[in-house]
Design a protein around this ligand. Structure first.
Ligand code: ADE
Length: 346
């Protein structure tokens, strides 16, 4: 899906084209996104880097340098691309690596960009190699080299582009080729949010949605959101429904606990899939070490889902360890899953 968004004075309004919207451009969740750097909670160093780069580019009347964001899903890569466009008053065009199948797809987008526009390419590590090669001169010289005909008749024609800013996002920076990675002037990794940042995000979203939530409720929700703002916003809506139907509408710690139990989210924020993953490593593979392909086959899940979605938080919290011989379950995983002891010594 590729969509162009017109600049708006404050918040970007929505995706203009495309019927099927991925999770992070769902209209509902979009409305909870901060539109300005000053509203952005957490990732203080990333925010400061962007503030400086944007201000410097404005002073020099240039487009901001190309930006690459790396990190697990839901931490704000797309949000920051929207913010960059807002802060620089550029139009935002949103696309993704897998959506750009041919060089022509990318050239069509690039040649329609105006000076100062922002092109956001999500999952940039999934860009086909042939398309990626068009990006090199586009990023470096603001030009694309178009080749007509083949063999002896081949002719190359250089098309000039306006100065634009490419914002790339990836969950797997290791899969990016070095020529592409090296062409980004700014490269920042987004980390999981701490509980106090998530509490602030919960409060901000609750205020926008006009939901009453007390401090203990916001803390409990934050503790169960895997360090991820997108999960905070999702769970907040589930808990809001529960509070409305089964209580008086106000969200308290007890309401959060009961509503999230129903959603299969436990006290550490682990979902059913997380627990199945841990159970597989512990029960099926005796705590590991076990290769990711074997875990994926046992769970009948895509390896990419496990690597991109499930493992980052389990690694962050020390529930699993990645060793050269495979994944191992750590002591806290055994305890969390209700096993008295680790079966094997690490
Ligand atoms: N909503 C989602 N992510 C947010 C963030 N980092 N700051 C404020 N609100 C958010």
């Amino acid at each position: 899906m590729t969509g162009k968004m017109k600049k708006s004075p404050d918040l970007i309004q929505g995706v203009v084209s495309g019927t099927c919207q991925p999770a992070d451009v769902e209209v509902d969740l979009m409305s909870l996104r901060p539109g300005r750097l000053s509203e952005y909670i957490g990732q203080a160093e990333v925010v400061e880097t962007l503030q400086i780069a944007i201000e410097a580019a404005k002073m020099r009347n240039e487009a901001i340098e190309h930006v690459l964001f790396h990190g697990p899903p839901g931490l704000g890569k797309t949000t920051l691309a929207h913010i960059i466009a807002n802060e620089t008053a550029g139009n935002l065009t949103v696309t993704s690596g897998p959506a750009l199948e041919k060089g022509g797809d990318l050239i069509g987008i690039l040649t329609h960009l105006s000076r100062g526009d922002v092109l956001f390419v999500d999952e940039i590590h999934r860009l086909p190699k042939t398309v990626e090669e068009f990006l090199y001169p586009a990023m470096e010289d603001y030009a694309v080299d178009f080749v007509f005909d083949k063999g002896a008749h081949a002719r190359s024609h250089r098309i000039r582009l306006e100065q634009f800013c490419l914002v790339g996002a990836t969950t797997r920076v290791g899969l990016l080729s070095s020529p592409l990675r090296d062409r980004f002037g700014i490269f920042r990794s987004l980390d999981f949010y701490c509980e106090s940042d998530l509490v602030q995000i919960t409060r901000r979203s609750a205020a926008l949605l006009k939901i009453a939530i007390d401090t203990a409720g916001a803390q409990e929700l934050s503790r169960r959101s895997r360090g991820t703002p997108r999960i905070v916003n999702r769970l907040l809506k589930r808990v809001r429904d529960y509070a409305q139907v089964r209580a008086d509408g106000a969200i308290t710690e007890d309401i959060v606990k009961t509503a999230l139990l129903l959603e299969g989210v436990d006290e550490k924020g682990l979902t059913d899939l997380d627990r199945r993953y841990l159970k597989t490593v512990i029960d099926f593979y005796d705590g590991g070490p076990v290769g990711i392909e074997a875990i994926a086959a046992t769970l009948q899940e895509e390896t990419d889902t496990l690597v991109d979605v499930v493992e980052p938080y389990l690694l962050k919290t020390g529930m699993i360890l990645r060793t050269s011989s495979g994944r191992r379950a750590a002591q806290i995983a055994y305890l969390h899953m209700g096993y008295p002891h680790q079966k094997k010594m690490l």
